[in-house]
Design a protein around this ligand. Structure first.
Ligand SMILES: Cc1ncc(COP(=O)(O)O)c(C=O)c1O
Length: 460
């Protein structure tokens, strides 16, 4: 295709003086393909049986949108489908319709949350949504937050701020503490922060997968004796394999007594804390210094959607404020790229805002509550003569036939996962306490009792 024909046949960018019929046609066609793919999920299942997607790469001359649409279709039909009711493997629920629209708007505006002048209304929106979450969690007026691309980055923002706040940036004795059930990304965070393996201590968990307080206390004593300086203790609100909640109230008292930053990784469970759903150990978490919440993991806000909330926004400002010499702004204006690690950031807050506005508190509670009910239903009907299981108060459950060793669990979970897949039910297969389990994440709104019964039948 020549330069001339590109400009004649295909518009490269939205036009500023004519109507944008070309873009409209592209969006319409894309919407049709996507909606058809959603509707086809029933036949295809959670994963395409045989993905024959051929990855094409850019060539010398561009391609027409007709060519691209056939490739787009092939790409889409080779994708994991979160909309299928048997998609129960991971924390990747179906996308909320209005959130899909939010992504389209964010892409179209192409604003940048780095600076106020590059995203005037959206910067205000992000601030307002973070303050709304803060208030819901019980933080006071000095609180605020920042969106980031995923829970790993939100947790990283928190720990970098905690270490800076403690004045331990250059101190090789600086350590942080998590439980052995905390998410594996904390190992990455340790690496990124220039810390060694010895700077991250993992506390034992009890039979319910919760941080063992006596082990935590002895760890703190040991650290004092060895001259190690703890800049943060991380409590997990919803562990990855069983959805357990660490004893946050206990941990917060320990943090207060020892002047240590309490970070709550609420990537899975944090969103439940803004509702009235009665869950033990989830209320009054406002004594934390920071909390990660990931609405992408259960509410269906499209990826990525994560926010870090801090009880004192000044801590983020003091940590990440480098100045932006190429951005002109009044001193009263806050450029939100100076509140976290990321520089340029997409307007992800739009889809979160739209999702929350659309659902309202009742809709949010309905989705979260129904996912817990589904887990309870599955748990109640699981054959406990045959299976052992672990589950906290949220929507995740992992299970395994009783009495298996690692090798047996490896084989059984591999075979069972495959057998379930051939019946269009997708579970995950985590390694947990040195044995493999099957895990069901019951946060898929499209999954009903019929599908859970089918799963139970296949397990019996
Ligand atoms: C408890 C917990 N924390 C953090 C993360 C990391 O979140 P992300 O994948 O959004 O970076 C996960 C991911 O599943 C998680 O389960």
């Amino acid at each position: 295709m020549t330069e001339d024909s590109i400009n004649k046949i295909e518009k490269l960018f939205p036009t500023y003086s004519e109507s944008n019929d070309n873009l409209l046609a592209l969006i319409n066609k894309t919407s049709q393909i996507i909606c058809k793919w959603f509707s086809d999920a029933e036949q295809i299942g959670p994963l395409p049986f045989d993905s024959n997607f051929k990855c094409s790469v850019p060539d010398e001359f561009g391609n027409s949108t007709d060519v691209l649409f056939s490739e787009i279709e092939s790409l889409i039909y080779g994708s994991f489908n979160p909309v299928h009711p048997g998609s129960l493997a991971h924390l990747d629920p179906p996308p909320l319709n209005i959130s899909i629209v939010g992504d389209l708007i964010a892409a179209s505006l192409n604003n940048n949350l780095l600076a106020h002048e590059l995203s005037p209304s959206i910067s205000l929106l992000e601030d307002a949504i973070c303050k709304w979450f803060s208030k819901k969690l019980g933080f006071n007026e000095s609180a605020g937050g920042i969106a980031a691309s995923g829970g790993t980055l939100s947790n990283l923002n928190a720990l970098v701020a905690a270490r800076n706040h403690a004045g331990l940036n250059a101190d090789q004795n600086a350590i942080f503490i998590i439980s052995e059930e905390a998410h594996s990304s904390f190992d990455k965070i340790c690496l990124i922060m220039g810390l060694g393996k010895n700077n991250l201590i993992k506390i034992k968990t009890d039979d319910n997968g919760c941080m063992d307080i006596s082990d935590l206390r002895s760890c703190i004593d040991r650290c004092h004796d060895e001259g190690k300086k703890i800049f943060s203790i991380v409590a997990t609100l919803g562990t990855t394999i069983q959805g357990s909640i660490d004893p946050i109230e206990h941990i917060s008292r320990i943090c207060k007594d020892n002047n240590i930053w309490l970070h709550i990784d609420g990537s899975i469970g944090g969103i439940f804390a803004i509702t009235k759903i009665p869950i033990k150990g989830i209320k009054n978490i406002n004594f934390a210094n920071s909390i990660t919440i990931n609405p992408q993991k259960i509410l269906g806000i499209t990826k990525t959607s994560s926010i870090l909330l801090v009880s004192d926004i000044n801590v983020l400002k003091n940590t990440f404020n480098t100045g932006l010499p190429y951005i002109s702004s009044k001193s009263s204006v806050l450029n939100r790229g100076e509140l976290g690690i990321q520089g340029s950031r997409p307007a992800e807050i739009i889809k979160l805002w739209l999702g929350l506005r659309f659902l309202g508190m009742q809709g949010i509670e309905h989705i979260l509550h129904s996912s817990i009910e589904k887990r309870k239903y599955f748990e109640k009907n699981l054959n406990i003569e045959k299976y052992e299981y672990c589950s906290g108060p949220l929507h995740i459950i992992s299970f395994l036939p009783k009495g298996m060793n690692k090798k047996e669990s490896d084989e059984w979970t591999l075979n069972k996962r495959m057998a379930l897949m051939s019946n269009n039910i997708m579970l995950s297969r985590p390694l947990f306490k040195n044995r493999f389990f099957l895990r069901a994440v019951l946060g898929n709104y499209n999954t009903s009792a019929i599908h859970i019964n089918e799963l139970l039948k296949l397990l019996d």
